[in-house]
Ligand binder design. Structure first.
Ligand SMILES: [Zn+2]
Length: 266
């Protein structure tokens, strides 16, 4: 078998391996994409929960403080009621006013915290659906990946063994060139040489359309089991039909002509 036949055999099994791997990769990147969103939303949720606990603790502290003021006010009021001394009465009344002022201030602070709490609870309720939706998508993607692996895992192992056998038919240089070309071109490791103009010696890579130097064409056309790659895309070049060289044709024509017209006068 020729080099190109071995390369073709490797390419056909390599494509199947890549096809299955691409399916796995796509399923896995789906899963990872959803997982990233789940992590993001769950992280936000944890922050909100921490914030919620903090506000609740602040409110509890403020209420505790208010309770202390309230108790002090009750004491002051009863002392005020039983006070017979005007100076003591005034002093008690002043303290009462100060504490009442402090209680008003506290009430405002508690109210503000309660508002924050409500706002946060609304935000948390709104973030519940996106998180559960995304979790469901993540679980579906995970199941799809597992399903694909269960379905195709065995086949992939078989094909990989087959690919290894196909690769073993090639010399290391050809194998490396193939792997590099396949990796660079989504598995399309081989490309036929396009003859743009034989007369003008213009050739192109059938894979990427880059112009090929005459030397590359000549080496491919020589079909001497040599690996020739496109300088631009790295694909391994081949030609199924080698055209006759134009000068060879000319020579042949000249020869023919000479045979008909031995004097060469036409
Ligand atoms: Zn190319």
């Amino acid at each position: 078998m020729s080099l190109i036949s071995h390369l073709r055999a490797l390419h056909s099994v390599d494509s199947l391996v890549r096809g299955i791997k691409t399916r796995f990769d796509n399923a896995d990147s789906d899963r990872r994409r959803h997982q990233t969103q789940v992590d993001l939303l769950a992280g936000k949720r944890r922050d909100q929960e921490a914030q919620l606990r903090q506000i609740q603790a602040t409110v509890a502290n403020l209420e505790l403080e208010d309770g202390t003021f309230k108790a002090r006010l009750e004491t002051l009021r009863s002392e005020l009621n039983s006070s017979a001394n005007p100076r003591q009465y005034n002093a008690l009344r002043d303290e009462l006013k100060v504490i009442e002022g402090k209680r008003d201030e506290l009430a405002e602070r508690i109210l503000a915290q309660m508002e924050n709490l409500e706002k946060l609870k609304t935000e948390m309720a709104a973030s519940e659906a996106p998180l559960s939706d995304r979790t469901r998508l993540r679980d579906m993607a995970k199941a799809a990946l597992e399903e694909a692996k269960a379905e195709l895992g065995g086949r992939l192992a078989e094909l990989e063994a087959q690919r290894e056998r196909a690769a073993a038919n090639l010399k290391e240089e050809a194998r490396e060139a193939f792997d590099e070309a396949a990796d660079r071109n989504d598995g399309e490791a081989l490309a036929e040489v396009t003859i743009v103009s034989l007369r003008h010696r213009e050739f192109a890579c059938g894979g990427c359309n880059a112009e090929l130097p005459l030397d590359a064409y000549s080496r491919v056309a020589a079909q001497n089991e040599q690996v020739v790659t496109c300088m631009s895309c790295g694909r391994i070049l081949y030609m199924d039909n080698i055209p006759e060289r134009p000068d060879a044709k000319k020579k042949a024509a000249a020869k023919k002509e000479a045979a008909i017209d031995p004097d060469g006068l036409g």
